[in-house]
Write a protein that binds this ligand. Structure first.
Ligand code: ATP
Length: 242
């Protein structure tokens, strides 16, 4: 349903970062995009969500489609309205607003305003901790709680496709496990399609249906999770196993 076809991305009209990037994210699935630092994973997410333009980046070749409709020509606001939402890093929630007001703000692009209350309850169902903290200013939350809030804001936008950029970043292993468990639950209960970028390949593959590995601006390997887990190179270079 979401397809990236041979996409090239340049920053500042000279720095070529994506060099023929192609991948498919099927409806209702969780796809993991893995790879080392600087491979172009974040750039791929920004190309999809239209956020490249604010960083002087552009898609210079190839195209991106959602349900067969080109979206690489649209601006970020339009892409959100079409149903693709990129979760901000946890550290980028509105620090001076309460947890609940952050959630309400997450719904601002929606047309159906009347279900906002029940969707806030839905977020609390996935993240009971956020309900306990609902009146707290977001700036006082721990890193893990802010990450939960960032994902909660994603739920409020009711996207068809949720893009997550390194949800494990800076979090203790137990919390990473908890958050990935919740991501899986959102996928199963809401039917939300999820594309998750991760350097922590082990945890991403533990919930994904399919994985892509990216190096130097393009995909170098892809497959079902079983296939990737049984590949010796993947085990050695990305999973830290012998
Ligand atoms: P990381 O895990 O470190 O975030 P990544 O795989 O997500 O890595 P990107 O953040 O997409 O990689 O970066 C890919 C390359 O593009 C890097 O060499 C980076 O320096 C460059 N880059 C990223 N953003 C910009 C920008 N706004 N202007 C110029 N170059 C950029």
């Amino acid at each position: 349903m979401l397809t990236i076809n041979n996409v090239e991305v340049m920053y500042d009209k000279v720095i070529l970062v994506l060099k023929g990037m192609s991948m498919v994210v099927p409806k209702g699935k969780i796809v993991a995009l893995l790879g080392s630092n600087g491979a172009g994973k974040t750039t791929t997410l920004k190309a999809i969500s239209g956020l490249l333009k604010s960083e002087n980046g552009e898609v210079t070749d190839g195209f991106i489609e959602l349900y067969g409709e080109r979206i690489d020509v649209s601006d970020a606001e339009t892409i959100v309205k079409k149903g693709i939402f990129q979760c901000m890093e946890g550290r980028r929630v509105f620090k001076h607003l309460s947890v609940e007001d952050n959630l309400i703000a997450g719904a601002h692009t929606r047309k159906d305003r009347k279900n906002i209350k029940s969707d806030i309850q839905k977020v609390y169902h996935y993240f009971p901790k956020l309900e306990m903290l609902k009146h707290r200013q977001a700036g006082y939350l721990s890193g893990g709680e802010q990450q939960m809030l960032a994902i909660g804001r994603g739920i409020m936008a009711k996207p068809k496709v949720l893009l997550l950029d390194e949800p494990s970043l800076g979090l203790a292993p137990l919390l990473v496990k908890e958050i990935f468990g919740i991501i899986k639950k959102i996928n199963e209960e809401e039917g939300t399609t999820i594309l998750v970028v991760e350097q922590n390949a082990n945890v991403a593959l533990s919930i994904a249906d399919y994985g892509y590995i990216m190096e130097n601006g393009r995909i170098v390997m892809d497959g079902t999770v079983d296939r990737l887990l049984s590949n010796q190179d993947v085990r050695e270079f990305y999973l830290g196993m012998g």
